[in-house]
Design a protein around this ligand. Structure first.
Ligand code: ADP
Length: 446
């Protein structure tokens, strides 16, 4: 116990003892000792009850405390309570200020921020940008069901994903379809979610400008290149003595440029496409074609095997899927030294299907793997160019697989080889309808 409290106690007890003593003396003089002591004790008790009542009234009334300058226990209690009250008030004010400044910051954000109750999926709070981007209005929309308020945005299924909901990259705003939004759901507490909507219209426009530019440049280059290529093809080395190697190199380079332009055009087309065709892709003839292409590229330098362990077909665009698989197979041949093996396998994977292309080639260092599908990203530029690569092949593969809701997985070990696998969901798998003219699975295995 602190000293001043102890001395207050002693003082109060001493006052009580003095009072009782004085009452005793007065009693002796008047001849009513016990009566005087009892009266003094009752008086002291009444006074203490009165102080206690005062404390209770002050505590419940919540107004400012008038702390007297007495030194008894009741004054000490008053002072202690006053000090606690002051501390609480200061803490509350500080917390309120903090809360206000956080709210002001969230309200001033250029992105729409909506706090959603996780269980009821009702709107708890939103900032100003939520009005311009999502069309939510104060105070009417507070407490409203988010999915209904943001119609026609397809949010019901997305919200059901909760913690695992992938960001929606591009969706038209319910206020103005010209405003394109990027939506993210952040479950920041067990009870509340944060929905963040960002206006990405400008970014998408810039992206479109970039895409159009690449497509236009490629398109403009195509015609002059075809002309140059045509004339070069017509020129015979015999007609121009001493120019043989030069003509050969010019043909090779013009061919490379033509291939580059074709690949760039393919990429632009794939990028601007939102969906792909939904035709049946018969995998037996597809595997047979891949086998022929691998053999043509390899020219007997590799051991090629094609195995069909799935016995199902795919759904999507025949042409695009062939282009993707063919890219992987030619890469496997190009990046595997003579004597190596290239295996193509179609196999079931749960309800889905995986097509993998395995080689025993040079392999790729792990640091390059995450960037391999970027345009013009090459592990070794010289090796890629020597074998006629444009650096766009894997980019094309990734885009095609994206359009088919499939993903590309790359595993590789330097000096041992690589595996490029295309994983397709059950939605893209079709039961195979046996046709007599189609080669059977056994025909593909080497
Ligand atoms: P490129 O036309 O250069 O082959 P790609 O986009 O097809 O372009 O491939 C990108 C890079 O990935 C290649 O330059 C090569 O370094 C590497 N790569 C692709 N496939 C393989 C493979 N099967 N084995 C080793 N490296 C590969």
């Amino acid at each position: 116990m602190p000293r001043h409290i102890r001395s207050a106690w002693l003082k109060t007890l001493a006052t009580l003892a003095l009072l009782l003593l004085a009452a005793g003396v007065l009693g002796l003089l008047s001849g009513h000792v016990w009566m005087c002591i009892a009266l003094a004790a009752i008086g002291a008790l009444a006074w203490h009850y009165w102080r206690l009542r005062r404390v209770l009234r002050r505590l419940t009334a919540r107004h400012r405390w008038d702390v007297g300058d007495g030194t008894g226990v009741w004054n000490e209690l008053d002072r202690l309570l006053y000090r606690n009250q002051l501390e609480m008030r200061t803490r509350k004010r500080r917390l309120l200020d903090m809360l206000r400044s956080y709210r002001a910051a969230a309200a001033a954000l250029p992105d729409a921020v909506v706090v959603v109750d996780r269980n009821s999926q009702r709107v708890q709070w939103f900032n100003e940008a939520a009005t311009s981007l999502l069309g939510l209005h104060h105070p009417g929309d507070l407490g409203e069901a988010l999915v209904e308020r943001l119609q026609p945005m397809p949010l019901a299924h997305w919200l059901a994903g909760g913690r695992n909901a992938e960001p929606i990259l591009d969706v038209p705003s319910p206020v103005d379809p010209a405003i394109r939004l990027n939506l993210r759901l952040i479950p920041y507490s067990p009870d509340y979610w944060l929905l963040i909507a960002r206006d990405v219209s400008k970014l998408l426009r810039l992206e479109q400008v970039r895409r159009d530019f690449v497509a236009n440049v490629s398109h403009e280059l195509r015609t002059p290149l075809t002309v140059v290529h045509g004339y070069l093809d017509m020129m015979e080395p015999e007609d121009f003595p001493g120019t043989g190697p030069m003509l050969e190199e010019m043909r090779k380079q013009s061919q490379r440029m033509a291939q580059l332009v074709e690949d760039l055009l393919t990429l632009s087309r794939l990028e601007s496409q939102e969906h792909t065709e939904e035709e049946a892709v018969a995998m037996a003839p597809m595997l047979a074609t891949l086998r022929r292409e691998a053999e043509a590229h390899s020219q007997g330098r590799h051991q090629i095997s094609v195995v069909d362990n799935a016995g199902v077909d795919l759904q999507g665009s025949n042409k695009e899927l062939h282009s993707a698989f063919s890219n992987l197979v030619t890469n496997a041949v190009r990046y595997t030294p003579a004597g190596g093996r290239v295996e193509v396998e179609l196999a079931r994977e749960g309800q889905g299907v995986v097509l993998s292309v395995r080689d025993t080639g040079y392999g790729i260092p792990a640091t390059h793997l995450p960037r391999l599908t970027e345009r013009f990203y090459r592990v070794s530029s010289s090796r890629s160019r020597e074998s006629g690569g444009t650096g766009l092949g894997l980019s094309i593969v990734k885009h095609i697989l994206g359009l088919h809701h499939a993903r590309l997985e790359i595993q590789s070990e330097v000096g041992k080889g690589s595996v490029f696998s295309c994983h397709f969901d059950a939605d893209q798998v079709r039961a195979r309808t046996e046709t007599a003219s189609l080669p059977s699975a056994e025909d593909f295995s080497a």
